[in-house]
Design a protein around this ligand. Structure first.
Ligand code: UDP
Length: 323
């Protein structure tokens, strides 16, 4: 299939583009490079340097491209920043997303696979989180993603474009070629690995008084190649749908640090710091629907294999991508 990967120079989009090409698909990456990296674009993909705010460009790209499907990773994704600057989030994640949805209509695209998030659930009422769990975002980031899920629902009803909204839990790990390089970095695993690299003295644990077994927050870490597999399956699924993507195995911040100590052989000093605003105690997915409806089979179930893949990538790219 011909696939347009918007945000294909970013962390998850780059690995997904690579996975699609490895599986025989033809990929065009569209990316503004605002947060993505040119070196994260698979060299076998065509590349269009553009911003979804440029409505004419994305419509023109879709009219000429003859794409069967679009994967939409291009978004801002920092909860804290969204609480400071909601406009940035609603403009890019919602308004610019509508430009893409319109371009899909103009280009006769048959399906859109959308990067949604566990943040659409807010403080969930149940754990693990199912697709039927009520969505009540508690920040503009989660709200912007939920709004776009609804946009896609209506484009499906009216324009007959199939869609899949994939709610990722904590994306982690690396493929052989592509890994995580955010600036500034705020995610737990890459920060822990910076300690192992000697770039950072210690890891701060944001709160140890949560209602969890060891008091630190519990998250569901899912490998980016397992996310890529889910995207490829969703692209050809006969029906539209919403899917929660995680391993179903909740791990605390302390458990992740311990696993990283074992993988890297570094003591990784840690210090407890105050809670970070907006962190729920526990976010764990029930992914039974994706397994049943898409035939999704995650391959990387353990924290060790996920962290090991990230560690290998960092050792090959100690300073990330070329800046
Ligand atoms: N976290 C932490 N120290 C850090 C960064 C993150 O204790 O330096 C915690 C954070 O509070 C959360 C978990 O690690 O409970 C995962 O955070 P991350 O930012 O990686 O992903 P999020 O869950 O926010 O999507």
């Amino acid at each position: 299939m011909k696939v347009l990967v918007c945000g294909g120079a970013g962390y998850i989009g780059s690995a997904c583009a690579e996975y699609l090409i490895d599986n025989g698909h033809q990929v065009t990456v569209f990316d503004s490079l605002v947060t993505g990296h040119r070196d994260a674009v698979d060299p076998r993909a065509e590349f269009v340097h553009g911003d979804l705010a440029d409505r004419d460009l994305i419509i023109d790209t879709c009219r000429k491209g003859g794409f069967d499907s679009i994967m939409h990773f291009a978004a801002f994704s920092l909860v804290g920043e969204s609480m400071q600057n909601p406009s940035k989030y609603f403009r890019n994640n919602l308004a610019n997303g509508i430009n893409l949805a319109d371009a899909a209509v103009e280009g006769g695209v048959k399906s859109i696979v959308f990067s949604s998030t566990a943040a659409t659930f807010g403080q969930p009422e149940e754990s693990p989180i199912r697709e039927t769990t009520e969505q009540n975002p508690i920040n503009p980031y989660g709200e912007s993603k939920l709004c776009f899920e609804k946009v896609l629902k209506w484009y499906n009803v009216i324009h007959r474009i199939k869609y899949a909204a994939l709610r990722y839990f904590n994306a982690a790990g690396a493929s052989g070629n592509f890994g995580e390089d955010h600036n500034p970095e705020s995610h737990l695993i890459p920060l822990i690995l910076q300690v192992a690299q000697g770039k950072r003295e210690k890891i701060m644990i944001f709160g140890d008084d949560y209602n969890t077994t060891d008091g630190t927050c519990v998250r569901d870490y899912i490998h980016i190649l397992d996310l890529a597999q889910a995207h490829m399956l969703a692209m050809t699924a006969p029906e539209s749908g919403h899917y929660n993507l995680g391993t179903g195995n909740g791990l605390s911040v302390e458990e992740i640090i311990d696993a990283a100590r074992e993988v890297t052989g570094h003591p990784i000093p840690a210090e407890v710091a105050p809670r970070r605003a907006g962190d729920p105690d526990t976010l764990v997915a029930c992914s039974d629907r994706a397994k049943a409806m898409l035939g999704w089979k995650p391959q990387f179930e353990s924290a060790h294999t996920i962290i090991d893949s990230a560690w290998k990538w960092i050792q090959k790219h100690p300073d990330g991508y070329a800046k």
